[in-house]
Design a binder for this molecule. Structure first.
Ligand SMILES: [Fe+2]
Length: 536
């Protein structure tokens, strides 16, 4: 791929700087013009500062940062990978580049993308850090330059005009590019075959008019569109959401702006054929705390939730906000509309689900009220009087990170999948008393019958997010495989990629791909079939 990086850069505070001045910023920070990948080990910037990760570094409970970029041709495969699995499974998660600021949270590590390329029963593994502006600046300086999670007040002054984006949350594929995403910044575009970064600040050819971009765009299979948004879109703590869609060539063909009732986390959204919906939760942006050196968010239990709906393709003036009680919900399994009604399925909990984001009013973090289950939110837009949205708990299983057969995004769907914690399953006695029980199951949900089926990983392992692979291009909805990483807890968390047949969940793993190490934790992943990948 010969796509060139953009020549214009935009900082998180909106100041435009040219590539030349951006490189100048790096040079000033480093005392050299070198960038990552070409750095001399004896660059002038190298000071007598050691790089050491303290044992209390966030995320060290999993064994510490991974930090290695790996290539393995022909991974170890146990079992038989079905020949109809041909494509690439991408995953991304935070992996500290340098020791973080004291008190920072695990989700602020630099994004690290890995790819399992599966074809004809063979699996090649590759991992690369996206070369974000932040990664390059820190590599040149040989130290951390960015402070707390989404808090520019804590940064080194030398990176005032460098994008803070870590690209650590989700990885998706559209118009031939792999996008590594963090919701506080525009996408970072990568070559899907080599994982080379091709644009560290992707703006859809200059068409993106937001300073931010969600980690959770949606895809309309019928049109090939990517529908997406950015919140805090005009800069830190602004109450603007920018909504847009891009066609199959990456050209933005529709955009609009709306205002939110209050500024807080809008991590995911819902898209149906007719509507777009957002849920604003009490994870409120708190600038005063940021000025005191804290992270971007704090949970304000005095705030309600707001469910906002606007027509897709419209001018945004029709947006209506429906009130709900204090709840925490971050991820959408699926969404669809029926006439003037919209339905959105999310995992939802009573209170703050993130122990590292503080409760503003001093309440202790409560793991019980943080336990999420699948809920269906709905409103009828033809009713001009409703003030609350409807909320129904669909299943008792607790979990997070729900997924669906992604071919059914935006349309009525029947099947969903979610990593769940089954409390009836045993835990290996050798694991002792763990502070949190590992996620031990993948559950398949059938919304037509409300029945579930479960894959259990065993008593010695924990599961990361799963991703659905259709059995064939035209396979029926939900007919295929789940793929995800299992950590072997009695082996220091060593990672296996496991493959499960969605028609035989209880039968267990049909094939596993063994990695000879413990890799970093994934936030989200994405499957791209071989026919959709570029040839070279
Ligand atoms: Fe997410």
């Amino acid at each position: 791929m010969s796509r060139k990086s953009k020549q214009t850069k935009k900082s998180t505070n909106g100041a435009e700087i040219g590539r030349r001045s951006f490189m100048g910023t790096l040079a000033a920070a480093a005392g050299t013009s070198a960038v990552a990948g070409t750095l001399s080990p004896f660059a002038a910037s190298a000071k007598a500062e050691t790089v050491h990760f303290a044992s209390n570094t966030p995320g060290m409970g999993g064994g510490g940062p991974f930090r290695a970029e790996i290539d393995i041709r022909d991974c170890d495969v146990e079992g038989e990978i079905p020949s109809n699995i041909d494509g690439a499974f991408y995953r991304v998660g935070p992996d500290w580049q340098y020791p973080p600021m004291q008190g920072n949270i695990p989700f602020d590590g630099e994004g690290h993308v890995s790819m399992f390329r599966i074809s004809n029963g063979h699996v090649d593994f590759k991992s690369r850090y996206p070369r974000t502006q932040r990664f390059k600046a820190q590599a040149a300086a040989r130290k951390r330059l960015f402070g707390m999670y989404r808090n520019p007040f804590t940064d080194d002054p030398s990176v005032k005009n460098v994008s803070r984006g870590t690209a650590n949350t989700h990885v998706v594929y559209h118009h031939g590019l792999l996008f590594s995403l963090k919701e506080d910044s525009p996408p970072v575009a990568m070559n899907p075959l080599t994982l080379e970064t091709v644009d560290d600040y992707y703006t859809f050819g200059g068409g993106l008019h937001s300073l931010t971009h969600t980690a959770h765009p949606k895809f309309d299979t019928a049109t090939g569109e990517m529908i997406s948004y950015g919140y805090e879109a005009k800069g830190m703590a602004t109450d603007d959401i920018y909504v847009f869609s891009a066609n199959t060539k990456g050209k933005i063909t529709w955009e609009t702006w709306i205002k939110v009732p209050y500024v807080g986390m809008v991590h995911d959204f819902a898209v149906s054929q007719k509507y777009i919906a957002f849920l604003v939760i009490p994870m409120a942006t708190n600038v005063e705390r940021m000025k005191q050196g804290q992270v971007h968010f704090a949970w304000d239990s005095n705030l309600p939730t707001w469910f906002g709906v606007l027509e897709r393709g419209g001018d945004g003036k029709d947006v209506r906000w429906f009130k709900g009680p204090e709840r925490c919900a971050t991820h959408v399994m699926g969404a669809f509309s029926d006439g003037n009604k919209i339905y959105v399925d999310m995992d939802m909990a009573l209170k703050n689900q993130f122990p590292f984001f503080p409760n503003l009013h001093g309440e202790p973090w409560d793991p019980k009220s943080a336990t999420g289950t699948l809920h269906r939110l709905s409103v009828d837009l033809s009713d001009k009087t409703p003030r609350d949205y409807n909320m129904e708990e669909l299943y008792p299983q607790s979990g997070a990170l729900p997924r669906q057969d992604d071919r059914y995004q935006t349309i009525p769907y029947r099947y969903g999948f979610m990593p769940t914690s089954d409390p009836t399953r045993p835990l290996n006695a050798k694991l002792g008393n763990m502070p949190f029980r590992p996620t031990n199951s993948y559950t398949k949900f059938d919304h037509a019958t409300r029945k579930t089926s479960e894959f259990w990983v065993g008593d010695d392992s924990g599961l990361q997010e799963c991703c659905f692979i259709p059995r064939s291009k035209d396979a029926a909805e939900g007919d295929g495989y789940l793929v995800g990483v299992a950590n072997r807890l009695l082996e220091g968390g060593r990672a296996d990629l496991i493959i499960v047949d969605t028609q035989r969940m209880e039968d267990g793993v049909i094939a596993k791909v063994g990695l000879p190490f413990r890799t970093y934790s994934q936030v989200h992943g994405w499957w791209v079939p071989a026919y959709a990948l570029p040839k070279t």
